[in-house]
Write a protein that binds this ligand. Sequence first.
Ligand code: NDP
Length: 290
Amino acid sequence: TTQKSVTVIGLGPMGRAMVSAYLDAGYDVTVFNRTASRADELVARGATRAESAEQAIRANELTVLSLTDYDAMYALLEPATAALAGRVLVNLSSDTPDRAREAAEWAAAHGAQHLTGGVSVPPSGIGNPDAYTYYSGPKDAFAQHEATLEVLTRADYKGEDPGLGALYYQLQMDMFWTGLTSWLHALAVARANGITAEELLPYATDVLGTMPNFFAFYTPRIDAGEIVGDVERLSMAVASIDHVVHTTKAAGVDPALPAAVLDAFRRGADAGHADDSLTSLVDVFAKNGF
Ligand code: NDP
């Protein structure tokens, strides 16, 4: 038959948005969720409810998983491994690169292929042409199902290593959480001084909006290993963030976040980079791992 079809397991906010996008695109969609009632609305719209994870996997060659983490996948699929041979699992649950590599081996041991995915947008972004998802794993399986995956978001294939899709996602989260939290912290200091979020909004937008200019300027230097302090020096950054720590304390606000930044800057300066660029911290971070 030429009818397009797919299975989706996991009907949290993300999985439900995905099923909805597939229904809108005219797919036959088989769904399964631990809490069966989460499927009701989608079944009313035309999705087919599977009675078990095993039945859901048997229904289609391609199964999209949208679960809290990889443990949830094992909880659902360990009892369903008899159905896995010849199937392709697209795991859009977020977890670590190592967990993704383990899962690829686990799937292969049951005769299935595993594609790792990292969705870069919230549920409201599913079906939006600007949204993208990182993928990695067997290239043939990806190519074969690319059109189906692109119903959800643009598909950005990063390579065969099953960890890569998860790694790019974690890099994104590293920047996202730290960047967002810097705004929340500044808001606490602002409000302690009687400045509202509304009043800070244009400045927050401006400061964080200039970041791409810094990335563009420093990226070729970083890739070339150049840390020359011709534009700014780490010693200046130490003094600057120290002022932020003091301003935070004076406002009676928790200083842990800027204090952690101050600590990193000081360690860079102590390692001999006081007169080098702030970007010398990339190597300082790398050398201070656990
Ligand atoms: P939820 O945590 O809300 O959805 C979780 C799904 O996992 C539900 O179907 C839930 O079933 C199921 N589940 C959890 N634990 C188990 C278990 N032990 N056994 C069986 N099923 C289990 O997540 P979202 O829908 O928000 O997101 C799904 C994935 O997408 C997550 O990995 C998330 O990190 C990622 N993501 C989410 C974004 C977002 O903005 N929401 C953005 C980008 C990525 P039940 O209904 O029975 O509880």
